[in-house]
Design a protein around this ligand. Sequence first.
Ligand code: ZN
Length: 96
Amino acid sequence: MNKWECIQISNHKDIGETIAEYQRKGWSLHTYQTAGVEGMNGSVKHYLLFEKEIMVAPANQFHVGNYNCPSCNNIVSPSATKCPNCGKDLEPPVDQ
Ligand SMILES: [Zn+2]
């Protein structure tokens, strides 16, 4: 199963750094696209589409109740793959 994430970047100088950052997190760049016209107001936008293959745990390994995001402590549901508050990728804790 693949996960997709589209990033909008307003400054082309950030593109290389953004790609490197995502690759460190296991994403690979799938598509790069620009929209808008490079002009005096710099309104051109850059879009990077990243792809990541994720492992899907069997349903019986998921936690039964809500739990706290390890990054921001926001309450997230056991089926969430991403924290709705801080955007961190989540792997629900396994019940022992
Ligand atoms: Zn969070």
